[in-house]
Design a protein around this ligand. Structure first.
Ligand code: GLC
Length: 530
């Protein structure tokens, strides 16, 4: 069970409205009490923050916004003292344009070794005034930017995030060293950003199809030339050898938006990464057949390579599931919700989110939580557009709201300034005025609260070794999903009518009150049959 901390929005010790490492350290007791095994920290490295820190200017330091290297050391030590493992984010697909390497590349001549660290090309057309190919940025707009000397550089994301050239041995050597730098400081592993993007098809061929971060979903279709190229795997094999040379268990987790599950499983073969995010699960619709299909496929695919399956419902890139599941469509990587968009049904969203989380926490393998979901926190869906900071909003020509709504600083104390996020009212994204009810101090010790639901589920998950499995489906109808995991039976009712519990069912936890001995709509229950 790994808990994602998004440092700028977790806890602010300094009062400038941006969360920081000392803030995280001061709240570690919360994570220990919740019962998580590890935390994954999104990037805290020096960065111009063009993409909230996923534009790294120096891989071996801490941005003054978030603290110092000494603060990072303290955080790692304090986490370990509480039995919590620490995973850091590694961003190898691109650096920031403020990275020393890129500054050197811009200053150097076309064809120079400095430019070989990135993907520079001459343009097309009479004066080379057209980009080298038709690729677009994941955030919108072209994936190429032209320098004054006429050459273009590739950026699959923001223009402040130039893609590295992974065919260059110097780039490979550099990242081996960065891995060692953090392993030496005691981290337990890395979440690898855009792990499916490092290698591009050598000819950088045009790609006329729609281009998103998710790489094609059918095995027999051509693969996009920028995603999931076979060459990425040898990079991870090399990294694996570095991790294995360290004592203890150190892990690599792939952020690879790769479908289908069989392709994703290639990232977690025995000599590669340990886990990969299961975005197919995150994107699955809230229906019994869709959930049955994705769970079955995911388990089969990872079993085929002997790796643990993973499960995730929310992160810093998608609409929080407490809102997503209240949006009706209930699937897709909804790219932000704005004030003039259809608004989610908050009650429905929370009810389904609680049922979905309890279903997820019963699945064998490794579950990932995103900060605030243990509070049932919704997306901020009425964020003023002026406050938005995700580059997606500007780069898409104000057509896609982007991801700010899931990144709003989280509420700890209902009656404190910034709901206890920091000592002042400052908050880098405004918090909704309705968030007091979600604050931790309103939920702690309150039976039936979302926080206590997560805590109970995590305790039972440990006690019943649910991470180990095996899972066996008992029913997979159109409306009800039932399976056993070890000595527990799990039932989720997706249908309109209440689903009866079997005779002798002893309920351990349910995502909402039961109706006599029946499970109402959008409720998950864990029970034992005695
Ligand atoms: C990953 C991160 C996302 C970031 C992108 C570019 O998808 O999760 O937040 O914008 O990579 O680094």
């Amino acid at each position: 069970m790994i808990y994602q901390v998004y440092p700028r929005s977790f806890a602010d010790s300094g009062g400038d409205g941006i969360g920081d490492l000392p803030g995280i350290t001061s709240r570690l007791d919360h994570l220990a009490e919740l019962g998580v095994d590890a935390l994954w920290l999104s990037p805290f490295y020096p960065s111009p923050q063009a993409d909230a820190g996923y534009d790294v200017a120096d891989y071996r330091d801490v941005d003054p916004l978030f603290g110092t290297l000494a603060d990072a050391d303290k955080l790692i030590a304090e986490a370990k003292a509480r039995g919590l493992r620490v995973i850091v984010d590694l961003v190898p697909n691109h650096t920031s344009s403020a990275h020393r390497w890129f500054t050197e590349a811009v200053a150097a001549a076309p064809g120079s070794p400095e430019r070989q660290r990135y993907v520079f090309r001459d343009g097309k057309g009479p004066d080379g005034a057209e980009p080298p190919n038709d690729w677009v940025s994941v955030f919108g707009g072209p994936a190429w930017t032209r320098l004054p000397d006429g050459q273009w550089y590739l950026h699959l994301f923001d223009s402040g995030q130039p893609d590295l050239n992974w065919d260059n041995p110097e780039v490979r050597a550099e990242f081996l060293d960065v891995l060692r730098f953090w392993l030496d400081r005691g981290v337990d592993g890395f979440r690898v950003d855009v792990a499916h993007g490092l290698i591009k098809q050598a000819d950088l061929a045009d790609w006329q199809e729609p281009q998103e971060i998710l790489s094609g979903s059918e095995v027999d279709k051509p693969r996009p030339p920028m995603w999931d190229q076979d060459g990425v795997h040898e990079i991870y094999r090399e990294w694996r050898r570095v991790l294995d040379s360290y004592p203890g268990e150190r892990i690599l987790v792939a952020e690879a938006w790769v479908e289908p599950a069989e392709r994703l499983a290639r990232y977690v073969r025995p000599d590669e990464m340990h886990q990969a995010f299961n975005f197919e699960y995150l994107l699955a619709a809230w229906t019994a057949p869709a959930q049955y299909a994705v769970i079955t496929r995911s388990l089969e695919a990872t079993d085929s390579v002997g790796a643990p399956t993973t499960w995730v419902l929310s992160n810093h890139d998608v609409v929080r599931h407490a809102s997503r599941l209240g949006l009706g469509t209930a699937s897709g990587r909804a790219n932000g919700v704005g004030v003039d968009d259809p608004q989610p049904d908050a009650a429905l969203g929370l009810r389904r989110a609680r049922a979905a989380s309890l279903l997820m926490l019963a699945l064998p393998g490794s579950a990932y939580l995103y900060q605030g979901e243990e509070l049932g926190l919704p997306e901020h869906t009425t964020l003023p557009d002026e406050a938005r900071q995700d580059p997606t909003w500007a780069r898409s020509g104000h057509t896609e709201r982007g991801r700010d709504g899931c990144r709003v600083p989280i509420p700890w104390e209902a009656d404190a300034p910034s709901y206890g996020f920091g000592p002042t009212d400052a908050s880098w994204l405004p918090q909704p005025s309705t968030w007091a009810e979600y604050a931790l101090d309103r939920q702690r010790g309150v039976p039936g609260s979302t926080y206590e639901l997560y805590r109970t589920a995590l305790r039972l998950r440990r006690e019943h070794a649910l991470a180990r499995g095996p899972l066996r489906f008992l029913s997979s109808g159109d409306e009800v999903l039932t399976f056993t995991n070890g000595d527990l039976t799990v039932l989720t009712n997706f249908g309109a009518d209440p689903a009866p519990l079997p005779a002798g069912a002893q309920v351990l936890v349910s995502s909402a009150p039961l109706d006599d001995d029946a499970v109402p709509t959008d409720v998950t229950v864990w029970f034992r049959v005695v």
